[in-house]
Design a protein around this ligand. Structure first.
Ligand SMILES: Nc1ncnc2c1ncn2[C@@H]1O[C@H](COP(=O)(O)OP(=O)(O)O)[C@@H](O)[C@H]1O
Ligand SMILES: [Mg+2]
Length: 367
């Protein structure tokens, strides 16, 4: 339907640093792209510039080569052929479901029969065929959000912009609506930009994710690329690597490297893609779930002994904070595995545990 090209986009408000700082981004025709990042990193401002609700300080935005924002050009929101869905459903409280969904069509001066047909079709798509006559106040939060989705999509817009649309829903409804949002995108074939601070939501929905911090895109890639190959420390931390550790290369070959974690921590193997000379310092990242119990005499490079600092029971898993030399690590291990290995006694603070980590789950940041 439309490719979105954003070039050199900068937005400064009166005070302080740029909310969006020289951002370049291309969203492919039909793509679902998420802007992911912590609160205040400039996601909403970027989206509002694409929508035409905000005038950029500088930069250009094109839809399919047509300038929306360019030298001397500023196309107003209602002329951009897009739909928007907000966190606050922003429904008209005095209009029924039907009236809310019909609103964009009536503004576009479609005749009554066509409006009725399109609204009925759309309500069917979002599963609200029975609710056309209800006022928003008589609908649940999830149903209201479906009305907002239907209203945004009823015009078959070339571009759909979402700003944290599911954040107000409880977690069960959220995962259900996530599938709904993706299904609607696939059915209607629009190009979507989706703003969220929730990495699970971004992973589940997106073809690609752009991770933002301080108005700048830190990394852009498929969910798997972002999840497994973080470009820098910020992305690694934000995407859920619990352990970020500097390490010194002891030996390396094409299969990976033998490294020493921290100044005097354990020797472990990591799978890096690049051969580094011994003595090089690398930044590594591992999720807590990458660790396994390795009972027995520790074998340098394969397993190591550590002292337990704290143990937290999470139900299925135990979260174990350990100290290995100067390095503090967080490990998450199946409760059943721990109890099988220890004849039922769960380690406590001060105990020793023997751990291993799979080399492919110890990744080099920015590799
Ligand atoms: N209308 C505004 N006036 C002044 N500053 C703003 C305005 N809107 C956003 N900002 C600032 O711009 C930065 C980015 O905000 P925003 O785009 O809303 O971030 P996000 O959506 O990622 O949470 C923040 O520092 C915010 O305080
Ligand atoms: Mg926001």
């Amino acid at each position: 339907m439309a490719q979105i090209d954003i070039a050199g986009l900068t937005k400064r408000f009166d005070s302080g640093a740029a909310a969006v700082d020289d951002l370049d981004l291309t969203v492919q025709d039909g793509e679902f792209l998420s802007l992911l990042g912590p609160s205040g990193c400039g996601k909403t401002t970027t989206l509002r510039c694409v929508a035409g609700l905000e005038r950029p300080t500088s930069g250009e935005i094109h839809f399919d080569g047509e300038p929306m924002v360019s030298r001397g050009v500023f196309v107003p929101p209602e002329k951009r052929n897009m739909g928007m869905v907000f966190q606050s459903y922003a429904l008209w409280p005095h209009m029924t479901t039907f009236g809310n969904v019909a609103y964009p069509l009536r503004r576009a001066r479609l005749d009554g029969t066509a409006v009725a047909a399109r609204v009925a079709e759309m309500l069917d798509v979002v599963g609200l065929a029975e609710y056309g006559g209800r006022l928003p106040s008589k609908l649940s939060g999830g149903q209201q959000q479906r009305v907002a989705l239907a209203r945004a999509l009823v015009n078959r817009p070339q571009v759909v912009l979402y700003d944290e649309p599911l954040s107000n829903l409880d977690s069960l409804l959220r995962s259900q609506m996530r599938r709904e949002v993706r299904r609607l995108h696939d059915t209607l074939g629009s190009t979507s930009i989706y703003v969220t601070h929730d990495r699970t939501e971004a992973m589940a929905l997106s073809d690609r994710i752009a991770v933002m911090q301080a108005g700048v895109v830190q990394q852009i890639g498929t969910p798997r690329e972002i999840y497994t190959c973080p470009a820098n420390r910020f992305v690694a931390d934000f995407i859920g690597f619990d352990n970020l550790v500097a390490a010194e290369v002891v030996a390396s070959d094409r299969d990976g490297a033998l490294v020493r974690l921290g100044g005097d921590g354990p020797l472990v193997r990591c799978a890096t893609t690049s051969v580094r000379p011994p003595g090089s310092i690398v930044e590594l990242a591992a999720r807590a779930g990458a660790f396994r119990l390795a009972p027995g005499v520790p074998q340098p490079g394969l397993s190591f002994r550590a002292r337990v600092s704290t143990v937290t029971y999470l139900g299925e898993d135990l979260e174990i904070q350990v100290q290995a030399g100067e390095v503090a690590l967080l490990a998450r291990i199946r409760d059943a595995d721990v109890r099988a290995a220890t004849q039922g006694t769960v380690p406590v603070s001060g105990d020793q545990v023997d751990l291993s980590i799979r080399p492919e789950e110890l990744v080099e940041i920015g590799a």
